[in-house]
Design a protein around this ligand. Sequence first.
Ligand code: PLP
Length: 454
Amino acid sequence: MDERERALDTAHRRAGEFLGTLDERPVWPRASLDEMLSAFGGPLPEDGADAATVVDEIARLADPGLVAIPGGRFFGFVIGGTQPAALAADWLVSAWDQNSGSSLLTPATVAMERVAGEWMLDLLGLPATASVGFVTGGQLANFACLAAARAAVLSRVGWDVAENGLRSAPEIRFVVGADRHSSIDRAARFLGIGTREIVIVDSDDQGRMRPGALARALDAEDGPLIVCMQAGEVHTGAFDDFDLLIPIARRHRAWVHVDGAFGLWAAASPSLRALMAGADAADSWATDAHKTLNVPYDCGMAIVRDPADSIAAFRTGGDYLIYSGLDPWDVTPELSRRARGVPAWAALRALGRSGVARMLDRLHANAVAMARGLAGIDRVEVLNDVDYTQVMFCLDSDDATRALGAAILADGTSAMTGAEWRGRAVLRCSMSSWVTTDGDVARTVAAIRDLVAA
Ligand SMILES: *Cc1c(COP(=O)(O)O)cnc(C)c1O
């Protein structure tokens, strides 16, 4: 074997060893950042080393600092594991090293990405002619969609923001729900819309925007207007009522954006699809494949109803009308980049339409089982309606909830993250991994029961 083959062979073996430990290793990392910094740190060595030795060293040193995200009992944030076909395809992406910004250079990967986008639009019930920009994640998907929105709402009042900038532009009213994801505010910030300029609409006990409050917020509004709605609130999993809300926004000629980083996927399951009713009437949608579709990081999608709007925000020079088709760099902020659509194609091909639906139903069933198990523990209260993949719970005092959160991580059977909801400390379980079994849920509930009793 030559050096490259030995390095790849080592990576393959070491990856298999890591994946083989997932069922038994503590889910949370055993090593701290400082310990990892001293493991990897020190001055840059003067002399190089053999590739396979380097890979082996990485695997050995990193191991105690790795979190068992690809296993069945990681429920923190909203994350998801990795489908086998997507993981292996991701290795090919690195081996191929295709710079996939333009179709001229890399037709194979650009074609796979375009087809993955078309398949997704079909699965998610979105317009087949929308543009799909593959970006790093939900944050950049929100940014890319809202950049298209900004260009479009200003263009409707005769202002070309690409040419004239924002300094003297007509004011944009930027309207969000009280329980939006923080990446919406950040996207607004990147687009020149300050946090204090954001108009916040009241939400209900599950975090859904209140239609009456939206109507009041938009009263007499007729200038450039963007309204951000949400499919899947990160604590409760709740979906805005698009059937009610979008017509209200439309009466004021708003651009409607839906942040559906994990929620958009509900549309791929016949039994969960009703959650997304009416969402297809929006102008743009942000989602992640690295969450609910279970592909490796990084893979988000910025979906824009009229590709001309994303082109207006991102075209790289020249007259966009001369392009016969869409190049990836016409609809995203990036130029050079990895072929992140390939693992998405692989996951969709491996699962098929029925497999994606089954996976979604499984995630929801896991959430229902987790909620039921947790609710059966003395002192535990489940706080949300478990309509989708999220379970939020607490104990009878904030201190007890926080202590339980720390104890769960130290125990290592599972991992979940804490938050605040309506002034109370809570713990949240996101059931986003295709790997999670009934046994994983039962093991987690049993461990939490013991910790609460102790
Ligand atoms: C995770 C998430 C985001 C951000 O996505 P990243 O992939 O982390 O950039 C945005 N909105 C919602 C609702 C999310 O759950």
